[in-house]
Design a protein. Structure first.
Length: 587
């Protein structure tokens, strides 16, 4: 078995933030360079202003220095503008990369992602949290620039006079402790805020999916209360965030002015002793402001904390291991399908228990059973939309886990009871797959699925936008069948894909479907006796096990088998099975 393990399990929020920065490395590097240049210009400006002031006080020529100050101010404005543009570009590129990665992983996880996190919460993470996490590169670059300002300010104070730097450094540990506590508290409350947001989004998605039931029950107000129930928690988390930030700002307002006053007091003494000039005192006052720039640091730390918390929520999804794929291919064959001691559990319950089943290549097998017997899960396992907890599934003698992804998806085609119909137009929808089907193949498949007539009646035929095409449930099923027919393969799996068709259309499609085709195996999940009666063989699932494999006519002698389909359909199917043509006559 040559499966590749998924590496997402080792992903952390910090690693994901770094990965998002790596994805836009060139722009992040340019942003760092521009931010650094802006910080350097900001550090140069006080010295230049101080020297210009000294020249003016001494009545020395200072025109060039005044022009230099003006030019430096313009350069700072230009660099700030460039930094803003680059920040937006970095954020957008990082967000796009995170969304692409998360979407691919969620699709690889399949239904397990929705069961683990909930559809609404996944959407909240993909849309809101990915956008927040995508700001990490820009926030990190801005934080580095914000840190460079205080560090550069302290160095500049030391160059003016060591006593100025010493006064500031005496109170620096207090500032460091404030920043550390702020960063810790911010991460905790932001994570809680985003978690509650996800709960609200999940409840809203559930309600939208079941809106007809809610409206029919007249329970709109009750559902509104349920969806918005976590709002008080959200409010508390939001207020806590603002309290943390407000407390940090208040503490900074208390400490920073004291340090500034200390630096200015020492600068005044040094001026009185003629160790500093008036211009040096001006520069020292500006450098003291830069050195105590905790306000900028608080803002950047808050932004980085929000980004890191959002990245942590994305990392939770990426930590779920996705199924790996091998690198093997398939030998020549016609779709021999084998399930060997297959056991599958869902929600702590064993749905399939030690199933052994062989479907000879080129034949049609109908799988029947009561609701909950495991039919749809067996269909998922047969084409590796899911993996068994024990046992293995083989196609033409090759374990599905060992097949390359492209090889597997080319070999297996699916049609479902409620097919999703992605694609811009009807033609796109039918052609949708690993490799797009040609226009001729699309139309041929639509004819086989008896969808061509109603498609041609649409306003723009095959060019009609799928979202705007009026269609019934049966017509949607026919489009799903056409898509399966268009992509060929040696194994066709129909998970109750004929259930919404009228009896005449079902009969016609079944006749087309079951026409002798030795190059393709067909696995039908059947809920109608008429469908099972037309298959070569029937596998009867009962409580997660294969109770029998035989023809429909042979199994029909069992009262429990007849009960699977219900009395009403059983009577008509009994007539069809007995006469061999009763179903056709009834249709």
């Amino acid at each position: 078995m040559n499966s590749r393990p998924d590496s997402a399990g080792s992903v952390s929020g910090r690693a994901l933030s770094l990965a998002s920065a790596h994805g836009s490395a060139a722009r992040c590097a340019a942003l760092c360079a521009v931010s650094t240049a802006a910080t350097a210009a900001g550090l140069l400006l006080p010295a230049l202003l101080g020297h210009t002031l000294d020249l003016l006080l001494n009545r020395a020529p200072a025109a060039r220095w005044v022009a230099g100050c003006a030019g430096l101010v313009l350069l700072l404005a230009l660099l700030d503008g460039c930094a803003g543009v680059l920040t937006g570009l970095c954020d957008a590129q990082a967000t796009a990369g995170l969304r692409r990665r998360l979407t691919g992983h969620v699709l690889a996880l399949g239904p397990r992602a929705g069961a683990r996190f909930g559809a609404g919460d996944l959407v909240a993470r993909l849309v809101g949290n990915a956008a927040q996490a995508g700001t990490a590169p820009g926030a990190l670059a801005a934080l580095l620039a914000a840190l460079a300002g205080p560090v550069g300010g302290v160095v500049a104070l030391g160059l003016l006079d060591p006593w100025l730097a010493a006064v500031f450094l005496a109170g620096a540990p207090v500032l460091a402790l404030l920043l550390r506590a702020f960063a810790r508290d911010t991460s905790a409350c932001v994570a809680e805020y985003q978690r509650v947001q996800g709960r609200i989004a999940g409840a809203l998605a559930e309600a939208v999916g079941g809106f007809r039931t809610i409206r029919a029950a007249g329970a709109e107000d009750r559902e509104t209360d349920r969806i918005l129930g976590p709002l008080p928690e959200l409010s508390r988390a939001g207020h806590r965030m603002w309290r943390v930030q407000g407390r940090a700002a208040a503490q900074a307002v208390t400490v920073a002015p004291l340090l500034n006053l200390g630096v200015l007091a020492v600068a005044g003494l040094l001026l009185a002793r003629h160790r500093l000039s008036v211009g040096d005192v001006l520069a020292a006052s500006r450098y003291a402001v830069l050195a105590t720039g905790i306000g900028a640091l608080v803002g950047q730390l808050a932004a980085l904390g929000r980004a890191r918390a959002a990245a942590g929520r994305l990392a939770e999804v990426l930590a779920e291991p996705a199924p790996g794929h091998g690198t093997g291919g398939l030998p020549p064959g016609n779709g021999l399908l084998q399930l060997r001691a297959v056991t599958a559990r869902r929600g702590g319950r064993t749905v399939l228990d030690g199933v052994d089943l062989t479907v000879p290549g080129g034949t049609t097998l109908a799988v029947v059973g009561r609701s909950g017997a495991g039919k749809s899960l067996l269909a998922q396992l047969a084409g590796r939309l899911a993996d068994p907890d024990a046992g293995e599934v083989l196609l033409d003698g090759v374990p599905l886990r060992g097949l390359a992804h492209a090889e597997l998806r080319r070999a297996v085609a699916y049609a479902f009871e409620r097919p999703a119909l992605p694609g811009t137009t009807i033609e796109d929808t039918i052609a949708f797959g690993l490799t797009a089907a040609t226009p001729d193949a699309v139309r041929a498949a639509a004819r086989r699925a008896h969808a061509d007539d109603f498609v041609r009646r649409l306003p723009d035929g095959y060019a009609t936008r799928t979202a705007e095409a009026p269609r019934s449930g049966g017509e949607s099923q026919r489009l799903g069948l056409a898509r399966a027919f268009a992509h060929g393969g040696r194994l066709l799996i129909l998970d109750d894909a004929l259930s919404s068709l009228d009896t005449v259309t079902e009969h016609r499609i079944t006749e087309t479907l079951l026409t002798a085709d030795t190059d393709r195996t067909r696995l039908l999940i059947a809920h109608r006796a008429a469908t099972a009666a037309r298959a070569d063989r029937v596998a009867w699932l009962d409580s997660g096990r294969v109770r029998a494999v035989a023809t429909h006519q042979e199994l029909w002698r069992e009262a429990e088998y007849r009960a699977v389909f219900g009395d009403a359909e059983g009577a008509t199917s009994d007539l069809g099975a007995a006469t061999g043509s009763g179903t056709e006559a009834r249709d």
